[in-house]
Design a protein around this ligand. Structure first.
Ligand code: HH2
Length: 257
């Protein structure tokens, strides 16, 4: 899953694809490089981020989807029902909701009615404050219990179970150690029976484990190591900014597997 953030402030690629032509070009390039789907988002969820209004989020993502005109498989990274509705009408196939259908009461119905796929992600707290004091007794089993509950909620709302993938939410209310433990113990999430998505690309825990306690991002080399480790533990969707390199690394890992 390639990442196209149509934002001025995303933690690693903010501003790069804020222009709709640049964003559409990036999405097409990622498809050519081997991405199966491109995740288009108009709201940064980095630690400390403030939300954007519905009007602003639509203003950012709709022109990109119009330019792609159904030619690239698109996932819409949003928690807002109206953004999802518009994106699905413009050909998006998957709704990637970092709130796991807790943010907007109408979103589950929009997904169910459209027949789209959905990604349910774990987050402790909310982006503005989530990194202040993450706390778990057992991070893997607590994240699994949360995702199991959200999966049941989605199914009860009319979304077929086969249309749901699950995501531990790397960096969303977790310490460096908790992020790595979630990948190490990914089998606990894989056991829920749904495809697991992992998004470790460029995240600050990678830079921090390499020795910079104030790192806000992580390098490509570390992103690739995390993606391969997640793949080997059962992740089947890897969310990544550097598609070509991830496809190459995962092709080799898969040839060995
Ligand atoms: N991470 C980010 C955003 N959306 N969605 C899923 N399902 N999983 C993730 O790990 C995930 C996500 C944060 O990364 P990015 O999009 O690069 O940054 P920002 O939120 O600052 O736009």
């Amino acid at each position: 899953m390639g990442v196209v953030n149509v934002t001025p402030d995303s933690f690693s690629d903010g501003g790069l694809n804020f222009d709709p032509d640049a964003a559409a070009d990036a999405a097409r390039r990622m498809l050519a490089e081997g991405a199966a789907i491109v995740d288009v988002g108009g709201e940064s969820t980095r630690p400390g981020a403030e939300g954007v209004t519905l009007e602003e989020e639509l203003r950012r993502v709709v022109p990109v989807l119009e330019r792609l005109d159904g030619g690239v498989p698109v996932s819409i990274d949003t928690a807002k029902a109206e953004v999802a509705r518009r994106a699905l009408a413009l050909g998006a196939e998957l709704v990637n909701d970092v709130t796991a259908l807790r943010g907007d009461a109408e979103l589950a119905g929009v997904v169910a009615d459209s027949g789209a796929y959905v990604c349910l992600m774990h987050m402790q707290g909310e982006p503005r404050t989530m990194q202040l004091a993450p706390s778990y007794d057992d991070v893997a089993s607590e994240v699994a219990a949360f995702l199991e509950e959200r999966l049941r909620f989605a199914v009860d709302a009319g979304i077929p179970e086969e249309h749901v993938c699950l995501d531990p939410g790397i960096g969303f209310g977790k310490t460096v150690e908790q992020n790595f433990e979630l990948v190490a113990r990914l089998d606990v999430l894989v056991a829920l029976g749904r495809p697991v998505l992992v998004g470790f690309s460029r995240k600050s825990s990678l830079g921090r484990v390499l020795g910079d306690p104030d790192a806000r991002t992580g390098p490509l080399s570390a992103s690739l190591a995390a993606a391969v480790a997640a793949y080997e533990r059962g992740a089947t969707i890897l969310r990544a900014h550097d598609v070509k390199e991830h496809v190459e690394a995962l092709t080799v890992a898969s040839a060995i597997a």
